[in-house]
Write a protein that binds this ligand. Structure first.
Ligand code: NDP
Length: 362
């Protein structure tokens, strides 16, 4: 114990007292629900926030966890835009995992209001609460690779077309890739707030597109909707020839927990199993489920994506800057700093389809 304290001081490590409740914001969400579940299964006490305790449909999976783990799980109401609403859940906690933030890329009418305000003000709201609560020692923030790059074409500016944690998205704005813009602003703000004090440190997880089984039956999340559309034949005529990073939701959840509880964890972490073409998802599904689902078998010509893309939320700017462009994401730091391992994407997609089937979502 004595040696641990000494090491912590020498290397500025943050040892978290894991007997204290761990706060997870946005527990109703796809990623956060796995974080909450894993923490509870590991014997930790968890406080999680949801927008409304009355919305039992959205939080039914949390209520099931509550049934199983009883007092180990406490649910709080909090809204990103409501100042002070995170005070109660964070009071007395040492570790805060902030995941809540809107994630959607289609159907955006007012990007400032729908994306930037909740992402940015929400991050300020949660982190300024951490400044006020003297017990907080570490904050883990769910950012995104969208805070690292805006479009695949940005890779032409980096060595070997490979992004690392050194890179920042400089190309997104309110009109072009507003979700990516919201994540970039929120992560930058988080680092600014962190630098203004020295009690708590910040560890950031930057996942690529997250897939894999969901703990809830919700279909309104972007990740789950993508898989539903793939299986329901929405893309059967073809997909854009775009490369994307993918990662399993269970690995992303583990990354957050490792980021919170590894004393010397530091900095940003690209959390992405592999970059594959979008068509690669369909190939894996076809290989494992045969003709059960009308998944695409080819890429759409770029000219056609310009025409039909906007109906699927793909702007001309997206098409121009992403189709046929290279992309590599270096995830080595997540392995060395956090000890994270990645499961193969094949397992991720198969488990996702199986979960959707058994939940009656298809
Ligand atoms: P979900 O949509 O499932 O979860 C988003 C969470 O944020 C929900 O709990 C939602 O609450 C909450 N939220 C949104 N707006 C507010 C608000 N105004 N006040 C309080 N809570 C709010 O998405 P994911 O789980 O996929 O995303 C979680 C995080 O991971 C986000 O920060 C996202 O940017 C990031 N991320 C996601 C990736 C992915 O591929 N899924 C990739 C990279 C990063 P409610 O349930 O009430 O809607």
């Amino acid at each position: 114990m004595h040696q641990r304290v000494e090491l912590s001081l020498r290397f500025n490590m943050k040892s978290i007292n894991s007997e204290l409740p761990i706060v997870v914001t946005g527990g109703s969400g796809y990623i956060a629900s796995w974080i909450v579940k894993y923490l509870l299964e590991d014997g930790k006490s968890v406080r999680t926030t949801v927008r409304s305790l009355k919305d039992t449909k959205k939080i039914s999976h949390l209520l099931e966890l509550k049934d199983k783990f009883k007092d180990k799980l406490t649910l709080f109401e909090a809204d990103l835009l409501s100042e002070g609403s995170f005070d109660a859940p964070i009071a007395g906690a040492e570790l805060v995992i902030h995941t809540a933030s809107p994630f959607f890329v289609a159907g955006i009418k007012d990007a400032q209001k729908q994306l930037v305000d909740p992402a940015l003000q929400g991050t300020k709201n949660v982190l300024l609460t951490c400044n006020r609560v003297s017990s907080v020692k570490r904050v883990v923030l769910t950012s995104s690779v969208a805070a690292i790059l805006g479009d695949n074409i940005d890779s032409l500016q980096v060595p070997n077309h490979t992004f690392t944690e050194e890179h920042w998205n400089t190309t997104s704005n309110l009109k072009h890739q507003p979700y990516a813009y919201s994540k970039t602003l929120a992560e930058k703000e988080a680092w600014e707030i962190q630098k203004s004090q020295s009690r708590w440190d910040l560890v950031v997880i930057n996942p690529s597109f997250v897939m894999g089984p969901s703990l809830s039956k919700r279909l309104d999340g972007t990740s789950v909707e993508f898989m539903k559309n793939m299986l329901k034949g929405v893309f059967r005529t073809g997909v854009p020839d775009t490369k994307m990073g993918f990662v399993d939701v269970r690995d992303v959840a583990k990354a957050h927990i490792l980021a919170g509880l590894t004393p010397n964890a530091k900095g940003r972490h690209i959390t992405s199993a592999e970059v594959i073409p979008m068509l690669g998802v369909a190939k894996i599904i076809k290989e494992n489920f045969g003709n059960k689902y009308s998944v695409p078998t080819g890429n759409l010509p770029k000219a056609l994506v310009y025409v039909i893309g906007p109906f699927f939320g793909l702007s001309w700017g997206y098409t121009k800057n992403n189709i046929g462009q290279p992309l590599n994401l270096n995830h080595e730091y997540s392995k060395t700093d956090l000890g994270l391992t990645y499961r193969p994407l094949k397992d991720t997609f198969i488990d996702h389809v199986n979960q959707m089937e058994s939940a009656g979502l298809l």
